[in-house]
Ligand binder design. Structure first.
Ligand code: SF4
Length: 364
């Protein structure tokens, strides 16, 4: 079935190459004009059709009279002492999402959002306090990347990593996320290397199986955060529906390229999930899986009852994993002075009372 042609006055950001070729044909232009338009919008970052010099004047005129290219609007920007910058974006319906720009030794990592809020309800997460409002569309996802890299004047040629670890559970918005990924990796699009894109999930098992079947597949990270079902269900209620045994079954079945591995993220919470026994159990869970572990000391904030594990605990946890031949890295949260934990900036914008009142919706 052909995708619908966007109605007049519609934002073209988020349309893929095929859809823009179809749009060109509907407007009585040859198909290749759609490819040129795709390149203009995503690679050249043209927002004004008058700038699309390769397109004939009459086509530019028709496009200008009927369509537009809108990025999410930057509503807030907070720069950290460590170089990272947190953006708050306003969307067309008044909702907002966050994106973080993190430069580091010759490369940049962008942490992007996939939903407004999140339904998964992890107990340690500020985004969970917002509940879920809606999915982002592909244009709102690639729009975060384009808008931030333009605002930061991201130098051409500097490697760009994109991680879906911002607001939302990306696997609960898989169609839009994958369409955005295809635009990102297209050489005529954002030209981001596929190996530099990571989707992080809380463990929505049926969607992990679907992702495994995608022809263009980003890397997968699992937000683990516990070593037993009891503990994980307490921290991540989603685990009741998708317990560790089933999650690890899906992980073992996930296809990996020759140099690829699964990443497991483990947020260390003081006195909750950071004992030596936890580390040994995590090691046992990962046995036989080509994997690495990112240990993330918790980024505390007002409104949630958790504290970061002390450094000696983090180091002890890391050593136990390494002794089991599991690569384990300590990832200090960037931008601690600018509300680094996902959702904190938006909660602050909403005001504390709203944050307290907002209830997470159903779990995935
Ligand atoms: S940690 Fe991720 S999946 Fe869990 S509630 Fe927060 S945004 Fe959602």
């Amino acid at each position: 079935m052909k995708p619908a042609i966007p109605p007049p006055q519609e934002n073209l950001l988020g349309l893929d190459k095929l859809e823009l070729c179809q749009l060109a044909e509907v407007l009585d232009e040859p198909k290749f004009r759609g490819k040129q338009l795709f390149h203009d919008i995503y690679a050249r970052r043209h927002r004004d059709f008058a700038q699309c010099a390769e397109l004939p004047a009459h086509f530019r005129q028709i496009l200008s009279s009927r369509y537009r290219v809108d990025y999410p609007e930057i509503k807030g920007r907070r720069a950290s002492r460590d170089g990272s910058v947190r953006y708050l974006f306003s969307l067309h319906d008044g909702e907002s999402v966050e994106t973080v720009y993190m430069p580091d030794e010759g490369r940049v990592t962008l942490c992007v959002s996939s939903q407004v809020g999140c339904a998964v309800n992890c107990r340690f997460c500020f985004t969970a306090l917002l509940g879920v409002k809606r999915n982002l569309d592909p244009g709102e996802i690639v729009g975060q990347i384009i808008a931030v890299t333009c605002a930061e004047q991201h130098p051409a040629g500097t490697p760009l990593n994109v991680v879906f670890m911002g607001m939302g559970e990306p696997l609960l918005n898989l169609d839009s996320v994958m369409k955005a990924v295809r635009i990102m990796v297209d050489a005529d699009g954002l030209a981001i290397a596929l190996r530099r894109i990571t989707i992080s999930t809380a463990g929505v098992i049926p969607k992990i199986h679907l992702l495994a079947r995608e022809a263009v597949r980003p890397k997968l990270a699992i937000s683990l955060n516990a070593s037993t079902d009891e503990q994980r269900t307490e921290l991540m209620p989603l685990n009741r529906k998708y317990p560790l045994s089933k999650l690890f079954e899906a992980c073992r079945a996930f296809p990996l390229g020759s140099r690829e591995h699964l990443t497991f993220e483990y947020v260390l919470l003081d006195g909750v999930n950071d004992t030596d026994s936890d580390a040994r159990r995590v090691g046992a869970l990962l046995a036989g899986i080509r994997s690495k572990v990112n240990l993330i000391p918790y980024n505390a904030g007002q409104g949630l009852p958790y504290r970061p594990s002390p450094l000696r605990r983090v180091l002890a946890f890391q050593k136990i994993l390494q002794d089991q031949q599991i690569p384990a890295f300590i990832r200090i949260s960037r931008g601690q002075d600018i509300m680094a934990a996902c959702g904190q900036l938006r909660l602050a914008e909403m005001g504390d009372s709203t944050a307290q009142a907002a209830q997470p919706l159903s779990s995935a």
